[in-house]
Design a binder for this molecule. Structure first.
Ligand code: NAD
Ligand code: UGA
Length: 445
């Protein structure tokens, strides 16, 4: 099938290149000329495992990129909307979705055949039917369900393993009501024959996405609140507590051959300095605003966000146990991306931690295996050194703060020993064994 995808960010580009990989013809559309140029040269505009290889295989035969939205819609059978849906401080910002819908609608005027528009962006329940569909009808002068179709198909990929997730989906949610559109969408995903496909209405599809992310965020804040209590109690380590909790058959059930397996949800019960990223924080906030907007109190999710926003302070608390003042204290912050295996720094807990350390006068270095370039852009006005290597970051410092669980950081105990460092180590993710470093502090310890 011929597919156009509006927005060539994490979701749009991964969708485009993976659909191309499964044999479709895909066009990624973006307003960002630099991104479009890179995709057409098969250069990944983002750090994502496997993306370079898929681009090399599919550009330009099955995948191309362009800034020409109109031509892309005219040339294809299906158009995905995969633009950003940020939180504007009060509610979800649908301006990009509105603009994309308007441009798609105008392009539909020039189409004589049935065309399917699919919302892939995460949007609050009611958006596809109440915002996208009316804009498409107004701007095209055509009738939804008759001249064109509208569906909602949320995306569940996680950054850092986006290609793997897209190519091995756990579920495909098909939201919509008109049979023709639903069949067309299901046909697009024919390559994923073993994946459960759930047909439902658009509002339910939208809500499934929010409920999924809100559940993950809730687990993380729960684990963090338990960790903070362990610290306050003394003599209890959250890592040991969670080891005991994880042994429950709910979290590590027995398979038929008697083996215990760890349920993947356990990886959302790891205490740390808080969740970040372009989705969990903004989606939970948007859901709270949307819920309260329809008169439904959302106290649990409010607490999830509050706990999360306070969590980076735990790192400061641990530092203050060892230094009366952080003025001129030499500190290395390790890990800047919001999670490992990505260069994405959106809402990374490293941001408030770095800002607070600078505000307290610390003499700062930072290092990330992938996000140094991103950090340089983000902190262009702040003064601190971005180290090129982990060894450099760990040399000549009084304290080290680990913020992101990069696998590279497993070598820290050996490196600290090699450089003969007596630095305090604050493990913001409880990643390393507390016995492997002489001066160790960790969240929930
Ligand atoms: P992103 O910011 O990486 O990409 C959005 C892209 O859309 C940008 O490149 C921007 O230039 C482009 N764009 C905006 N308006 C446009 C227009 N009118 N025409 C053409 N291009 C336009 O965003 P993302 O992380 O890919 O997220 C997109 C959506 O998917 C969001 O709703 C997000 O919540 C959801 N989502 C994201 C992830 C993730 O891991 N990043 C996972 C699941 C769902
Ligand atoms: C998340 C969801 O996991 C995806 O299913 C979803 O599709 C996506 O949001 C989305 O809608 O965009 P992502 O943001 O890429 O994916 O990353 P996660 O692996 O969920 O991690 C989010 C944050 O939570 C990271 O900052 C991570 O460090 C933190 N985290 C995770 C914890 O603090 N503790 C944990 O136990 C697990």
């Amino acid at each position: 099938m011929k597919v156009s995808i509006i927005g060539a960010g994490y979701v749009g580009l991964v969708t485009g290149v993976c659909l191309a990989e499964t044999g479709h013809q895909a066009i990624c559309v973006d307003v960002d000329k630099e991104k479009v140029g890179k995709i057409n040269q098969a250069i990944p505009p983002i750090h994502e495992e496997g993306l370079a290889e898929f681009l090399r295989k599919n550009v330009p035969v099955r995948l191309k990129a362009t800034t020409d939205l109109h031509q892309s819609v005219v040339e294809t059978d299906i158009t995905f909307i995969a633009v950003g849906t940020p939180f504007d401080g009060n509610q979800i910002d649908l301006s990009y979705v509105r603009e994309a819908s308007k441009q798609i609608g105008e392009s539909l005027k020039d189409k004589q055949v049935f065309h399917l528009v699919v919302v892939k962006s995460t949007v609050v329940p009611g958006t596809t039917d109440g915002v996208v569909l009316p804009i498409l009808e107004q701007t095209s002068g055509k009738k939804a369900g008759l001249d064109f179709g509208v569906s909602m198909n949320p995306e569940f990929l996680t950054e850092g393993q986006a290609m793997l997730d897209f190519m091995n989906p756990d579920r495909i949610i098909l939201g919509g009501t008109d049979e023709r559109s639903m069949n067309m969408l299901e046909q697009l995903y024919a390559a994923f024959e073993d994946t459960p496909k759930l047909r439902t209405n658009t509002r339910t599809a939208e809500m499934i996405k929010y409920a999924s992310n809100a559940m993950l965020a809730t687990q993380i804040s729960f684990a963090n609140e338990m960790a903070n209590l362990c610290s306050a109690l003394g003599g209890v380590d959250i890592v040991d507590v969670m080891r005991g909790v994880h042994l429950s058959h709910y979290l590590s059930p027995k398979t038929l051959d008697g083996k215990r397996i760890q349920a993947p949800i356990s990886s959302f019960l790891e205490s740390g300095c808080g969740f970040g990223g372009s989705c969990l924080p903004k989606d939970v906030k948007a859901l709270i605003a949307h819920g309260e907007g329809v008169g439904c109190p959302m106290p649990l999710l409010r607490a999830v966000i509050e706990t999360n926003e306070r969590q980076p302070q735990q790192v400061m608390r641990l530092l203050r146990r060892h230094f009366d003042s952080l003025r001129n204290t030499r500190i290395a912050v390790l890990g800047l991306s919001f999670k490992p295996d990505t260069d994405d720094m959106r809402e990374s807990p490293a941001i408030p931690i770095i800002r607070e350390l600078l505000a307290q006068g610390a003499n700062l270095k930072a290092f990330d295996p992938a996000a140094n370039k991103e950090a340089r852009k983000l902190f262009k006005d702040e003064k601190f050194v971005l180290s090129d290597t982990l060894e450099d970051a760990l040399s000549n410092v009084d304290a080290v703060v680990l913020v992101t669980r990069w696998e590279h950081f497993r070598d820290i105990p050996q490196i600290l020993e090699k450089v003969n460092s007596k630095a305090l180590f604050v493990d913001g993710r409880r990643m390393l064994d507390k016995r492997s470093i002489a001066r160790y502090e960790g969240i929930g310890l």
